[in-house]
Design a protein around this ligand. Sequence first.
Ligand code: SF4
Length: 440
Amino acid sequence: MKMKKLLLIQSTPYDLNRKPIKKKKLYFVGLALPLLAALTPQDWQVEIVLETIEDIPFDTDADLIAIGSMGHAIIRTIDIAEEFKKRGKTVILGGYMVSLMAEEAGKYCDSVVIGDAENVWGRVIEDYQKGELKSSYKEELTCLKTPLPRFDLILKKNIGDFLPIQAGRGCPNSCSFCSVYCLYKNKYLKREIADVIRDITQIKELGFSKFLLLDDNIIADRMYLLELCGEIKKLNMQWASQCSIKIGDDKELLEIVADSGCLALSFGLESISVESLKYMDKSWAKPKEYPERIKNIQAAGIDVSTEMVVGADGDTLQSIQDTAKFISDNKIVIPRFYILTPIPGTKYYEDLRAHHRIYKEDIYSYNGSEAVHIPKHMTPEELTKAYWDLYNEVFSISSIAKRTLFRKDFFTKMDRYIFYFMINIYYRYQIKRKITPNII
Ligand code: SF4
């Protein structure tokens, strides 16, 4: 009997001309599809397509199509789903954005997986085989246990020199704009350390010396992280991740994290405006303390990249301009920015809606690089312009050089700084084409 076939697709976002963004190489590979493949019964054949670097085989003989998307790729995801539906295929959608707007997403597919798939995926496949697929599946996780990801399905593709893993999911904080908070509501689920190490060992055995810990906030549990770092160190690998900037206060932890092989951390600093952070329910992040914390992190040998947003209620045109100086003065190696966007389902979206401050109703235009709300101290058009001006300033040749090449320790970490320089140049190339640099 012919094996059933599942096609898993990671979609790519559109550019401003509604063309799918394509790259020669995909550095940041998602974990969701290799995990879904591992959760699929063994009598199924599974194929993974990473649209950023591959074409979608719309004429596939697959029985079932499942599409996962990150952030703004949701629009593309829906278009792909419609195309497969036209061809008579059964389509399932999942991922963060789909989970936040499940009712809307459900219009374009046969079934929606809301939230984590671990506890429901087996049932989805079983129901499909019985012809009893339900319109949605949702079951909250109470503990996090995941199988060995099927990286064998992506190894031959043109991906970067590191693979993703995850130790924990969720975050104990409750920032109003955040989709992580929206889905996990302060819940923070951790995997058994032995399982995390099992996955890192697999990555090492596959010939990789680096991995990316995809957690939303790896310092959510200090004791857990200390124990994890002790085990990671034994594997002699290099890694990167993201967490709260508060780690900058903890020199002992920083030393242990760096000693375990951590090369770089990314921080969602969001804003240098106290007022803006207050509106985002993130008052605990103190901008005055950012420079000292960043200095401590860099002194431990860990490179700092940042994610920030503009357009919150404390932001003025001046504070957005000042952000460029902050990035340059603190020598942030990879800075990324977005316009604060009210994602449906978040508290921030509900607040703006209640105050009639949603400027663009079409949620499919929500791409993080155009204002869709009415800011407090400027017009939406001024915000969009200030956003691109900020990007152009931060990615000017002089700022790039100051942040990556003109550093006191340049000659001790030359390879790393040249690597960051090249990434910055690539981002600059994208910004000139009005493409927001992101991790796809
Ligand atoms: S700290 Fe980061 S992950 Fe946690 S709720 Fe805030 S924005 Fe979301």
